[in-house]
Design a binder for this molecule. Sequence first.
Ligand SMILES: [Mg+2]
Length: 350
Amino acid sequence: MLEDKNQERTSLSELGEFGLIDHLTKHFKIHHTSTVKGVGDDAAILNFSNEQVVVTTDLLIEGVHFDLSYVPLKHLGYKAVMVNLSDVYAMNAEATQITVSIAVSNRFPLEAIEELYAGIQTACNNYKVDLVGGDTTSSNVGLVISVTALGKAIPEEITKRSTAKAGDLLVVSGDVGAAYMGLQILEREKAVFKVNPSSQPDLEQYSYLIERQLKPEARKDVKSILQSLEVLPTSMIDVSDGLSSEILHICKNSGVGCNLYEDKIPLDPQVISSCEEFELDSTTIALSGGEDYELLFTIKQEDFPKIKANPNFSIIGHMTEEKEGAHLITRANTKIPLIARGWNALSSED
Ligand SMILES: [Mg+2]
């Protein structure tokens, strides 16, 4: 399906560790004055003056979080950065710097690692973040990538998970469920390819789903859109594990309940059609699929008029008193408890 067509193979040992870091990072640009010193000393030097700094980190392991038989290395590098920037944006902060560490087995030539870093560099340029450090080491098993992201915000702007109030409206950006369905398509094509390597899959009708899985975009734009609408969320989280588990995080951390309305959950038409094809319930996929990297947040009721007609956002429910619990109100108007089922739980059912 997606084979490595790169014929050149330069052994990583030819460069040595320091030569490799220098080789991989020399074309990265610095975008922020808060980066006083990036790569090239024992540690980076950062200066955030009076703003607060948010820090987040994520570890991606081959065979657990990604499958290189259908994930191009360039996309993997891009996605590894997005996953972290999404967590910074979920704090309503501006992402400013990242560090990237990789452990790599010697089955990867230099050209493969260059592809990975090309994706990281594209992400840094598109999202204006500075690569300021990292580490490379050898691995016996496969590829491991760890990205740490830093961001900044003035204290009044930072949005936590723990500050939603009963009566607040629950809002999500974009649409949900597509990344999970993209993974289903890719897994199916991989299985077909194993049986018939000459098959030429026509994936056009699934293009949005596959893009959401392989090349997600973190919602950098949400902070500025909300600022222009003069809306400050009362709490926020990013949708990495599926809508239901993220909602329950807000409920638990804020000490509130929630009513989520099934008919308000935003779904792309490709999610609906592919769910029909795979005989999956699209609401279950939206609730438990994960990897959407949209932002889920709560706003005060009085902000409803500012947000209701905005095409970037869907109002999907409201927060209640904690004792009322967290529920999904179905299209048939029945009330069922919301349960957290991450996508791992979902896939182990198959
Ligand atoms: Mg998160």
